[in-house]
Write a protein that binds this ligand. Sequence first.
Ligand code: RIB
Length: 323
Amino acid sequence: MAGKTIPQIAVLGSINLDIVIQCAHLPTPGETIIAESSREVSGGKGANQAVAAARLGADVSMIARVGNDDAGAGLLRNLQADGINTQAVLGTESADCDKNIASGIAVVMVEQSGENSIVVVPGANGIVSQKDIDHAAAIIQSCDLLLVQLEIPVETVLYACRIARKAGVRVILDPAPAPSAIPEHFFDVDLICPNQSEASALLGWSVETISDAQVATRELIERGAKNAIITMGKQGAVLCNGCEVSIFPPCPVETVDSTAAGDAFAGAIAVRWSEQNSLIEATRFACAAGALAASRAGAQPGMPTRNEVEQLMLQREKLSGAS
Ligand code: RIB
């Protein structure tokens, strides 16, 4: 990083305690299965993306809420251990909220193939409000990039995006989970980066193949996004930067747990794009970060460092040069 300015990134989003249940296969409706193990790790799409960006070299500020409980205190400590500024992470002690609201919890079931199913109980994430954003406005207005997802109220997210836009700050929206109804100005962002199933939900048709994703990225741009990337899991990713479409093959890694691969991708693209790189270069970097996260267990514990991502990219270059 010598000689480079360090990107200032604000992440607005959720913080969860993940209860990770490892099982042979994901249960089907009505089925009871016996798990192999369970453990608690720090998660939440917002917090995961903040940790990803911090480990990849950015100065990160988190805007969020946790409950006034042991889980909240531990989740906050973990963010701080990664050097993240948590000054705008509020608790539930203020007069205008219910002090009994707990920290967000996610039950994450991971099967042997690395595929997962997640159920989130929002808790304190559900009360992140426009007032909280006003409180953090200076952080948003002075950063290089605002990174948002949708595990907090969507109107709060859109309010923060408006503040960023007015201040000329870039916005990346990871539309996860996809909303059931799409509000006005939803697509009005510099980059939208859904995964395959979120893209299908947003567009109302099934994005299955790389050629579907090529059409879908263009459609996301027609709807208002300046740039669009669809991550396609084992098929790689597709970027449309407004004029041309580029296809990125997957990084060859063994998938252990794909839970936070999308979060690693979003955090990484935020960092690399903010370092004055093209979106094509930033997407290559993000694909490597996402692959590394998928090759490890747990959300935040699995987030790679800058050095690890650069090593994987080098290995890939060597391999493609040799073939
Ligand atoms: O994107 C993965 C995250 O989704 C998990 O960490 C879980 O907390 C849910 O928010």
